[in-house]
Ligand binder design. Sequence first.
Ligand code: UDP
Ligand code: MG
Length: 326
Amino acid sequence: MNLSIVIPVYNEEESLPHLHAALCTALAALPHAWEVIYVNDGSRDRSMQVLERLALEDPQHVCVVEFRRNFGQTTAIAAGIDHAQGEVIVFLDADLQNDPADIPMLLEKLQEGYDVVSGWRKSREDNALTRNLPSHIANWLISNVTGVHLHDYGCTLKAYRREVITGFRLYGEMHRFIPVYASAVGAKIYEMPVRHHARKFGKSKYGLERTIKVVLDLIAVQFLTRYAAKPIYLFGGGGFLMGILGALGMVFLLARKLLFEIDILTSPIFTLSVLLTLLGFQTILLGLIAELLVRTYHESQQKPTYTVRKVIRAGQEEKSAQAPLL
Ligand code: UDP
Ligand code: MG
């Protein structure tokens, strides 16, 4: 098994030497060949100089990818995946909050047959009010909405089999949803508690505003993983419901007029019913347009609508190379 460690780096000059030393110690005892890919995400401090030194001192293990400017953690992770050569890819933060000593434990679980082993910062060393509380709420929400039940999406320390993370592309701030995408591609996921340390050097790059982005990303991810191949089910379902409610309102008004001579046009229910019927009709039309778009989306890029683990033909096992699903 070959191992690639992917580490996004943004202004972490003090942490990097400690991090690399800790990585070497943690991985030295393992029988696997390994590489670490540091993606310098446009750091403004001396991180790049430190990384260049590490690359000189340990050329066998270190690969450095330097961005021309700051593109964000998700994009840095995506670039790390693109440059990784291992069959197994482990993500790690550069700030020493995750502990490289946990990696062997994750790999062991992976070898039991899981495709994803997800770290869970069970006793998390961040600010309780501004970081841990919003994170708890976000995790609860993501877990219940997506049906991929994890306690900690935000923890970067996670190990993946390569096949399950090359099936989709990452946009925006979506690295925390990688397990959801992996699950959509058909991965078996296991979650285990990992260590977490308070930040020693530098400072966190995020604040509370991230919570809003997480909720918006959740809606997008949910739409993509559930309805990307069949949007009419979502739009059509909503449209039908509105149409039926509108029709029921009309029937009610008509019955009232016939039985009790109550005026239809002056009732607020009339306005509501007309609105619902029109909106329902519009929403179904939107669904049809979405269906057209989905066909262009899948067919112009030869995206499959399914994922295959393996094919057995004439008694031989074939690994099927596939274009990304999402
Ligand atoms: N990071 C990055 N680009 C950014 C912001 C952060 O590569 O624009 C890296 C950062 O160097 C660290 C990881 O992403 O390795 C997590 O960032 P941070 O520790 O600030 O997040 P927190 O742990 O506070 O959630
Ligand atoms: Mg951190």
